[in-house]
Design a protein around this ligand. Structure first.
Ligand code: PEP
Ligand code: MN
Length: 332
């Protein structure tokens, strides 16, 4: 249950409600918002006078639910807007990992000339093997900060565990919670305290309910700016790296109030399929596409097989520009 309290509700009453309803509280424009434990469906009579509005749900999709907010949340990324009523589709592109100053600058220059506004690149890489490239860490974030300052691009980069959240907040514009970190409650809680947009990728073995509940951890910490990213789930199929769950995208668009981004690169795992999947996702009217691009994919230190070279990305971007008006979306 979500309970909007009047802003003159005494602190003692709020604390009593938190105890009685096993709830948590955050403040929205100075107004207390209490979220109760799942089983609480009504309040005690003595609390009614402090309530301005309340919402009851049949599942733990609450703050993210389209029955709580019937319009999509608007996320401000500096001067960019995602979600809301705008019908924008943001192309978020860049290499899997920051590898060197030369690599990231070359990519940034190319993407900026193409018209892309948000650059992606990981610096703390959650690799499946400890013997694979683990990312440049803080050094890589500093290279991303230079890109942000020199080229005016917005930056999204990934947290591997809760110890990096502060660094990511300082150097980037969007915090990326990766598929493997989606269940890390230390990361999710730290993101809830951050005042910066958070993009959460769906764990490849998680249900839609679990995925949205990860977003609830961040939202119930008081951070309103959460973006969901479908990046493929594991199925019995082995010819593609994962299976892009477009049914899931339809569910998220219908049942949640959060912007939805699709990552065709990690889903497919092979560059040849990425353009078609990106166009399919655009046709669904998603709020963003996350696409891996590298100056020399074959030499990439991570995810080499799925990264697009500049020529392929350029052709894809041009086709997305052409397609967008037919979908009622504007490509950013
Ligand atoms: C990435 O974006 O490079 C990445 C590691 O993605 P995921 O968390 O979806 O595997
Ligand atoms: Mn990657």
């Amino acid at each position: 249950m979500i309970i909007h309290l009047k802003n003159d509700t005494p602190r003692g009453i709020i604390d009593q409600m938190l105890t009685d309803y096993h709830g948590r509280v955050f403040f929205q424009n100075n107004n207390p918002v209490v979220i109760t434990a799942s089983k609480v469906k009504k309040v005690q009579p003595e609390h009614s006078r402090y309530i301005s509005e309340s919402f009851v749900f049949d599942s733990d999709i609450q703050l993210a639910s389209s029955s709580y907010l019937d319009s999509k949340r608007t996320i401000h990324i500096g001067d960019l807007v995602m979600g809301g009523e705008e019908n924008y589709t943001h192309v978020i592109a860049g290499p899997c990992s920051v590898e060197s100053e030369e690599q990231i600058n070359e990519t940034a220059l190319f993407l900026k000339e193409k018209g892309v506004k948000i650059l992606r690149a990981g610096s703390y890489k959650p690799r499946t093997s400890p013997y694979s490239f683990q990312g440049l860490g803080l050094e890589g974030l500093k290279l991303l900060k230079n890109v942000r300052e020199n080229h005016g691009l917005k930056i999204i980069s990934e947290v591997r565990d809760a110890t990096h959240v502060d660094n990511i907040i300082e150097y980037t514009d969007i915090i990326q919670v990766g598929a493997k970190a989606m269940y890390d409650q230390g990361v999710l809680r730290a993101c809830g305290e951050a005042r910066k947009p958070v993009l959460i990728k769906r764990g490849f073995g998680s249900t839609l309910q679990e995925f949205v509940q990860a977003a609830e951890f961040v939202l119930s910490g008081g951070n309103n700016d959460v973006i969901l990213c479908e990046r493929g789930i594991r199925t019995f199929e082995t010819h593609t790296r994962f299976t892009l769950d477009l049914c899931g995208v339809a569910f998220l668009k219908h049942h949640t109030n959060l912007p939805v981004v699709v990552d065709p690169s990690h889903a497919m795992g092979h560059a040849y399929g990425v353009p078609d999947l990106a166009r399919a996702a655009l046709a669904m009217g998603v709020d963003g596409l996350l696409i891996e691009v590298h100056p020399e994919p074959a030499k990439a230190l991570s995810d080499a097989s799925q990264q697009l070279d500049f020529q392929t990305f350029s052709t894809l971007y041009d086709s997305l520009k052409q397609l967008a008006p037919a979908t009622g979306h504007t490509l950013i």
